[in-house]
Ligand binder design. Structure first.
Ligand SMILES: Cc1cc2nc3c(=O)[nH]c(=O)nc-3n(C[C@H](O)[C@H](O)[C@H](O)COP(=O)(O)OP(=O)(O)OC[C@H]3O[C@@H](n4cnc5c(N)ncnc54)[C@H](O)[C@@H]3O)c2cc1C
Length: 397
């Protein structure tokens, strides 16, 4: 693997750094904390996201790696990762569901009509997606999901419930994994649908997070009629598509950029904060722990780029283990960093909306959100199981 960026990629990185340094100055006060929370958790943050999506659409930065016929530049996946890395570092809003997960799936498995309808709406920001996979009794064991879509003429009728649907209260579309063959078991008989959340029979209810923010939801489907042309891929092919989508979800480099930003803030904090008469930065334990976090961050970033590098070589559905390695490393690293930060901040470290909150409360915010990140998109235990089976060849038990 070649770790160097080409001169063109370096120039792109600089251009993106200038773009985000300029644009993020306009972020409103309630666009704060972790990117997900800043984007979906407040009305001001959401309005800012919609504005910046228009700027993404003008520049085309966010869809660089898409084929030219759908508005992309035909750039490499590495260039797309550079966009993700820089935007996350500056706290730029993301579209993890439409852009990050569904669009690559549609590009791989959608028919021409679906590509023509769905991709421009994601690129322009007109359609906002959420991810409809988990159910109250189907999370890690996703294949046991029970929501059904039963064929009725040229429609499917959907009944059931999804849960933990991040950002559904802001979204107007959902990509949905459902059971089209009710007599099937496990991963057979599942299909993927593109569903307009404004259809009759759909109800979105909030699930408040421990810090009070509204990021997550549950969604109820009662006799929702979805046209057949909204099925992505063949009937019964849902599991194949979903496995591909999972890898797109887990390959993000953004986690490590957010950690880089946090770590830089933490380094400033220890260089300027005294404890027992000396700077925290002179404490050997603090130094060791920060050095370890810095090493892990660089290792994780390399892992995430490896995922992109494999995909760029055309290995689009390559080993799920590499994506799992990056996911488990990124989510646990953010947890280790915020855990350590709140520890050395003492009682002040628990403050968020206060002038006394160290680092504006960003570390306690990350600390709380990380609990969810270690579960969302497949828990750390599940990721380690995948690494054990697929990555290192241990027997599947
Ligand atoms: C913050 C957050 C955001 C989310 N956003 C979305 C979203 O937008 N869309 C969506 O569809 N879903 C979303 N989810 C759901 C998420 O994918 C599931 O919560 C996750 O897959 C775990 O499933 P579960 O909650 O049912 O827990 P369970 O599967 O019941 O797991 C409970 C515990 O058992 C462990 N466990 C389970 N099976 C095994 C095993 N075989 N080996 C070892 N340990 C095991 C798990 O690691 C976990 O610790 C989100 C979840 C969270 C917390």
């Amino acid at each position: 693997m070649d770790f160097k960026l080409t001169p063109e990629q370096q120039a792109l990185k600089k251009e993106l750094e200038e773009f985000f340094a300029r644009e993020m100055k306009d972020a409103p006060p309630d666009y704060q904390g972790n990117i997900l929370e800043a984007t979906f958790g407040s009305d001001g943050g959401w309005e800012f996201y919609k504005e910046i999506k228009k700027k993404y659409a003008e520049t085309g930065y966010h869809i660089m790696a898409w084929p030219k016929e759908y508005g992309g530049r035909g750039a490499t996946i590495i260039e797309q990762l550079i966009f993700e890395e820089v935007s996350s570092y500056y706290g730029g809003p993301h579209d993890p569901f439409g852009l990050g997960m569904f669009a690559p799936t549609v590009l791989l498995y959608g028919n021409d009509d679906q590509k023509q309808r769905i991709l421009p709406a994601i690129a322009s920001g007109e359609w906002q997606y959420c991810q409809g996979w988990s159910e109250p009794n189907a999370g890690s064991d996703l294949a046991s999901l029970k929501t059904t879509a039963i064929k009725d003429g040229d429609h499917y009728v959907i009944n059931g419930q999804k849960i933990w649907t991040t950002g559904a209260h802001r979204a107007d579309h959902i990509f949905l994994l459902v059971r089209t063959d009710p007599s099937s078991r496990r991963s057979a008989g599942l299909s993927v649908f593109n569903v307009d959340l404004r259809l009759p029979g759909i109800e979105v209810r909030p699930i408040r997070y421990m810090n009070g923010t509204h990021l997550y939801n549950e969604i109820f489907f009662t006799d929702v009629r979805v046209p057949e042309f909204e099925r992505i891929g063949g009937e019964g092919e849902g599991w194949k598509l979903t496995r591909a989508t999972m890898n797109f979800e887990r390959s993000g480099v953004g986690f490590f950029s957010e950690v880089r930003r946090g770590l830089e803030g933490l380094i400033r904090y220890v260089k300027t904060t005294r404890r027992d008469g000396r700077l925290l930065s002179e404490n050997p334990i603090v130094r060791q722990k920060i050095a370890k976090l810095a090493i892990d961050m660089e290792v994780g970033r390399a892992l995430a780029y490896r995922v992109g590098w494999e995909q760029e070589k055309g290995n689009l559905l390559f080993s799920a283990a590499a994506a799992s390695e990056a996911k488990v490393m990124g989510s646990e690293l953010a947890q280790r960093m915020s855990n350590f930060a709140t520890e050395i901040m003492g009682l002040y470290g628990q403050l968020e909306a206060s002038k006394w909150a160290p680092m504006n409360g960003t570390m306690v915010d990350t600390y709380q959100l990380c609990m969810g990140f270690n579960i969302a998109a497949g828990s750390s235990e599940i990721q380690r199981n995948i690494i054990a089976w697929v990555g290192v060849g241990l027997p599947r038990i």
